[in-house]
Design a protein around this ligand. Structure first.
Ligand code: CP
Length: 310
């Protein structure tokens, strides 16, 4: 298969299994460049514009690191504060202007569909770095990459996905991609935070028959990966609704002792209290390695969107 051409990176639904596999293969090639072991100026002269309407540590900084390590430059904002968005500028105008300043735009926005709108408006490639409770497709690629590096397969992998499945954009794009690759999915969510019907329909359309569990102890027994997510306080309109579910699960060594010795715990991070710090130093912990893989994965995505061959 030749190099697929991508114009934007907005939703995992836009890509076939072959295209995702190609990005994963490219990401593997990027590992020595991500660590700085090998040098490249492949993106010299290119400018990345980062438009972050919501907070971020990993996504924004790993995109920046990926661009800088490949010789490119970065400009942008990490919050609407201090930009003309505070004066009331709308998203369309911000995109129309910033696309003339950069060669590629990465956008995070609280509204679902904002990245698609930006991609439709922009003549430059647009990457969705998270749109409200919608999707987070570059996180999904790094999650798949982490699983492949650790478990050497996706097909038949037993993955338990825990937490805020309703608002969790990482969960939405990841579960759809895992279904595409033939993983076995089990979902565990506090009441009121179950997976949306349209995501279930998308997963089932790919031939996946997910399990829904209430007892985490049972769910982890045959799991290869436990993918934990944070309950996102910022997505609740009502603080009392958040209070009902806050702190309703916590992964600790006792829980992990019910699973396989090879069980890996992943988390897109940030975590609050859902994984006990004692897990960090165990062989189960994969979440910091997962975060580090954001750089090779985003190097691959940036270079592909910018049409730069390695
Ligand atoms: N995983 C993730 O999206 O982290 P940030 O919110 O820190 O970017």
């Amino acid at each position: 298969m030749g190099s697929p051409r991508f114009s934007d990176f907005v939703s995992i639904r836009d890509f076939s299994k072959q295209e995702i596999s190609f990005v994963l293969k490219k990401a593997k090639q990027m590992v020595p460049f991500a660590s700085g072991e090998e040098k490249s100026n492949a993106l010299e002269g290119k400018i990345l514009g980062t438009l972050f309407y919501e907070p971020s540590t990993r996504t924004r900084l790993s995109f920046e690191s990926a661009m800088l390590r490949l010789g490119g430059a970065v400009m942008g904002f990490s919050s609407p504060m201090g930009t003309s968005i505070e004066k009331g500028e709308n998203l369309s105008d911000t995109i129309r202007v910033t696309e003339t300043y950069a060669d590629i735009l990465v956008i995070r926005h609280p509204l679902e569909g904002a990245a698609r709108l930006a991609a439709d408006l922009s003549t430059k490639p647009v990457v969705n770095a998270g749109d409200g409770a919608g999707q987070h497709p570059t996180q999904t690629i790094l999650d798949l990459f982490t699983m492949l590096e650790s478990k050497e397969k996706l097909e038949g992998l037993n993955v338990v996905i825990l937490g805020d499945l309703k608002f969790g954009r990482t969960v939405h794009s990841l579960s759809e991609a895992l279904a595409l690759f033939g993983a076995n999915l089990t979902f565990v969510a506090p009441p009121s935070l179950e997976l949306p019907k349209e995501v279930i329909a998308e997963i089932e359309s790919k031939g996946c028959r997910p399990r829904y569990a209430t007892a985490l102890e049972d769910a982890v027994k045959d799991a290869d990966v436990l993918y934990v997510t944070r309950i996102q306080k910022e997505r609740f309109a009502d603080a009392t609704e958040y209070a009902k579910v806050a702190g309703s699960y916590r992964i600790d060594s006792k829980l992990l002792s019910k699973g396989k010795s090879t069980l890996s715990v992943m988390h897109p991070l940030p975590r609050i209290s859902e994984i006990a710090p004692e897990v960090d130093s165990t062989s189960h912990s994969l979440y910091f390695k997962q975060a580090a893989y954001g750089i090779p994965v985003r190097m691959a995505i940036l270079s592909m969107l910018l049409g730069v061959e390695f």
